[in-house]
Write a protein that binds this ligand. Sequence first.
Ligand code: PGA
Length: 252
Amino acid sequence: MRKKIVAGNWKMNKDIEEGVSLISEILELSKSVELSAKEEIVIIPPFIHLTEAKKKLGSSEVKIGAQNVHHKAEGAYTGEVSSRMLASIDMDYCLVGHSERRTYQKETDEQMLGKTRQLLEAGIQPIFCLGESLEERESDRYFEVVKSQLTVIFTLSEEEFSNVVIAYEPVWAIGTGKTASSDQAQEIHAYLRRLISEKYGEAVANDTTILYGGSCKPENAADLFSKEDVDGGLIGGASLDAQSFIGIIKAL
Ligand code: PGA
């Protein structure tokens, strides 16, 4: 089902105490927000927060996701976390292919596809991130780049793909304060939806949630979210402050 989602990716920020208090604030402030059945708030804290965060969220409507998962089911992979472990603490979502992991952990297409498959098997919705670098944008290669990133998961069946959320995050806009204009975001979102339609058909494409990420703030969220193919946002920096995170949610 196509949803409107505002997801807060905390990245490597907040210790347990700070995390618990951020969630309390989000829960308190979110009381003033009316969500329809097609709208969701998601928090995506670091692994060590997940169990506590899940408890804290209790029966609230706020959903929760992890930032990463391993591409294999289990085994001798010290320091890694499997999709089955995430499922055992009832994760709703998990990021795959965030540009920071593509850059710093040198994640490969094969690993990203493996992670996506592991999550789907465990009943967790992947949020598959993609986006071009500044150099790729400036040399007008961005259509080709996002196409090659998206088609990595085009070996999924139609049913599997229907459970994937896409996040378009131009690398030049992440944590830089430089947001893509709403027209730039719409252009890529419409293009991604067209590629999905060509592969899986119009119904699946129309049902796919495509989020925008990259310096999204309360000040620019309403403009971005007003675009036809922008179904919400993946928020980094601004999700670390409850007021600004809720400000973005209100823009939905
Ligand atoms: P940002 O990060 O909002 O801080 O730019 C977005 C993201 O990386 O998900």
